[in-house]
Design a protein around this ligand. Structure first.
Ligand SMILES: C[S@@+](CC[C@H](N)C(=O)[O-])C[C@H]1O[C@@H](n2cnc3c(N)ncnc32)[C@H](O)[C@@H]1O
Length: 258
C-alpha cells in the first residue's frame, strides 16, 4: 500500500531489494552488525513476550533480531519486494514474524490504535518521505507508556558537508562539518559502500531540535539516547572503525508515549 505522493525516487528501495538483501546477508553493512544494530537492540530490551511493530523493516534484519529476543513481531515495509524476501526468510527459518506491505505514513490509520508495547524503526525513519506522519502513526499504535525506539545517522556529524582531514603523514586530524542547520532532503549514493553500485536513495536530515519537535508533537517524550561506538576490544579486532570511537556516527532514541 503506497501513499499517492510516494514518487519514483522513494521506490528505489523496491527496485533494489535484492541488492539490499545481498548487502545485509554478506555482512557488508558492518556498522549494523557491530555498532548501531547492537546499540538499538540494547534500548529495545527486554523484549520477551512483548508485541513489537517494526517500521520500514526492509528484508527483516532487525525484525528477526527482536523475534530472537522473544518478541511477538509484526513488521512492515512499503516495498513488496523487500517483504517478499522477508517472508522467504521467515518460511525458511520461522520466528513467528508477521510481515505486511504497508506505507508508514498510513500505518496510524490502518493498524489498531494503542495495540503495541514497542514500535521500532532501524535506520528507516529518515528514509520515509514524510517522517513526521510516520512518527505520529507510531505514537498512535503504541500503548500509553510504550516505547518508540529508532536509529538514525547522527544529526551532528552527518551534515551536508562532511570531510575528513589528514596531516602530511596521512594521520587523521579531524572532521569538518558544515550546514547543520540546512537540514532537508538529500540523496545518498551507495557506490562507495560495500554495495558498490550506483544506488541512489533519498533521505531527510533534521536538526536535533526538529527531531525533538516531531517527537513532542506526536505525544512522545525522549527517555534515553545512545550514540553507539566501538569499544576497545572491537577496535583491537577492527582498527578500521577507529574514527567511530572519536565522533558519533549514529544516534538511537528511546521515547515513551505519554
Ligand atoms: C535503510 S532501509 C532499512 C531497512 C531495515 N530497517 C534494516 O534495518 O535493514 C530503509 C527502509 O525503509 C523503507 N521505507 C521507506 N519509506 C517507507 C514508507 N513510507 N513506508 C514503509 N517503509 C518505507 C524502505 O523500503 C527500506 O526498506
Amino acid at each position: 500500500m503506497k501513499s499517492d505522493n510516494n514518487n519514483h525516487l522513494w521506490q528505489v528501495w523496491d527496485r533494489e531489494a535484492d541488492t539490499w538483501d545481498r548487502f545485509i546477508e554478506s555482512g557488508g553493512d558492518i556498522t549494523r552488525l557491530l555498532i548501531h544494530g547492537p546499540g538499538m537492540l540494547e534500548l529495545c530490551l527486554p523484549a520477551e513476550g512483548l508485541k513489537i511493530l517494526d517500521i520500514g523493516c526492509g528484508q527483516g534484519f532487525f525484525s528477526r533480531e527482536l523475534a530472537r529476543q522473544g518478541a511477538k513481531v509484526t513488521a512492515f515495509d512499503f516495498s513488496p519486494n523487500m517483504i517478499k524476501i522477508a517472508k522467504e526468510k521467515e518460511a525458511e527459518n520461522p520466528l513467528g514474524i508477521e510481515y505486511l506491505i504497508l506505507d508508514a505514513e498510513k500505518a496510524g490509520e490502518l493498524l489498531e490504535e494503542e495495540s503495541y508495547d514497542k514500535v521500532t524503526a532501524c535506520m528507516s525513519v529518515m528514509d520515509i518521505q514524510n517522517p513526521f506522519a510516520a512518527i505520529k502513526g507510531a505514537a498512535k499504535v503504541l500503548k500509553t507508556g510504550g516505547n518508540f525506539i529508532f536509529s538514525i545517522p547522527h544529526p551532528c556529524t552527518d551534515t551536508k558537508l562532511r570531510k575528513w582531514h589528514k596531516d602530511a603523514e596521512g594521520k587523521t586530524i579531524g572532521l569538518t562539518i558544515n550546514y547543520y542547520f540546512e537540514a532537508g532532503m538529500d540523496t545518498f549514493n551507495w557506490v562507495e559502500t560495500a554495495i558498490g553500485k550506483d544506488m541512489i536513495t533519498p533521505f531527510h536530515r533534521f536538526t536535533l531540535t526538529q527531531w525533538s519537535e516531531m517527537l513532542y508533537n506526536s505525544g512522545l517524550s525522549i527517555k534515553r539516547i545512545r550514540e553507539p561506538k566501538p569499544d576497545e576490544n572491537l577496535l583491537a579486532e577492527k582498527p578500521g572503525l577507529s574514527s567511530m570511537a572519536k565522533i558519533p556516527y549514529f544516534m538511537v532514541f528511546e521515547t515513551v508515549k505519554i
